[in-house]
Write a protein that binds this ligand. Structure first.
Ligand code: HEC
Length: 244
């Protein structure tokens, strides 16, 4: 398989030269203006929810590894002098018409939503620094510190916007029977799994408002909780339960 970077400049050129001649370039200029009006905040929210489970994009803090790292994919082209407006074009085309033999589903977002996502990706890829202001607030604080067991129930939700994270980094419980539950509002499938101190169990994989539940008996010590779907654990869906 050719790398994303090797493939990219050719695709970008294809985007620019589509019909050839000045008319095509004028057309592209019009598009670029329209795209410049894409809603970056909405684009970021949608990117995190619909794309982030498969793609790394630093500014969106997404860590999916199923598809190419988008910062790396476009870094080279930007260095070679391609405009961010052209990157937006390529991203929108990829959203609407991905390789039919490829892994990426077509039209995860459509219409204005696709324009918004392409605008955000065009803005954010391989850009130094961090998002600020409304863009920084778009997806909220990703994680809180500690989930605590209450009356035998320990709740560790998956990130509701589809980030590969639980909303807690760590959890605490008392020894004895505990029901661990992980509600998942996002469309990205997750489970809650537990490992350590003699236990090794997976809850059911759920999405779209389902709850992955595990009934276990905990002994004093530490356990690891994680998501067993794809590479979600490596991407950051992992934490520790301290039992005492
Ligand atoms: C199920 C995983 C998956 C999801 C979800 C996904 N992609 Fe992809 N994407 C891929 C894969 C895999 C590729 C590599 C080409 C292929 O197989 O189609 C790719 C390729 C790309 C490329 C081209 C990169 C290059 O180097 O040529 C862009 C841009 C892109 N995706 C953007 C997006 C955006 C934006 C979204 C959300 C609307 C998204 N992807 C959602 C898996 C995914």
């Amino acid at each position: 398989m050719r790398t994303a970077v090797a493939r990219l400049p050719r695709r970008l050129r294809a985007g620019v030269l589509v019909a050839g001649g000045a008319a095509a370039l004028v057309g592209l200029g019009g598009c670029a203006v329209k795209h410049a009006q894409g809603d970056l905040v909405n684009g970021k929210k949608l990117f995190v929810a619909k794309c982030g489970s498969c793609h790394v994009l630093n500014r969106a803090a997404t860590k999916g590894t199923v598809g190419p790292n988008l910062d790396q994919a476009f870094d080279r082209a930007l260095h070679d002098g391609f405009q961010r407006s052209v990157v937006r074009e390529v991203v929108e085309k990829q959203i609407l018409y991905p390789n039919i033999n490829g892994v990426m589903p077509a039209k995860l977002v459509r219409g204005q939503a696709a324009v918004d996502v392409a605008a955000y990706v065009g803005y954010a890829v391989a850009r130094q620094g961090k998002d600020t202001g409304a863009l920084a607030a778009a997806v909220g604080a990703a994680q809180q510190a500690l989930a605590t067991e209450q009356n035998g129930a320990l709740t560790i939700p998956a990130n509701p916007t589809g980030q590969l994270l639980y909303t807690f980094k760590n959890a605490q419980a008392k020894p004895g029977p505990v029901t661990i539950q992980s509600p998942n509002k996002s469309t990205v499938p997750h489970d809650i799994s537990i490992q350590g101190n003699g236990l090794n169990q997976n809850g059911p994989v759920v999405s779209n408002g389902g709850t992955s539940t595990l009934k276990v008996t905990l002994k004093p010590g530490t356990y690891t909780f994680y998501c067993s779907v794809d590479a979600h654990r490596q991407a950051g869906m992992v934490g520790q339960i301290t039992v005492k």
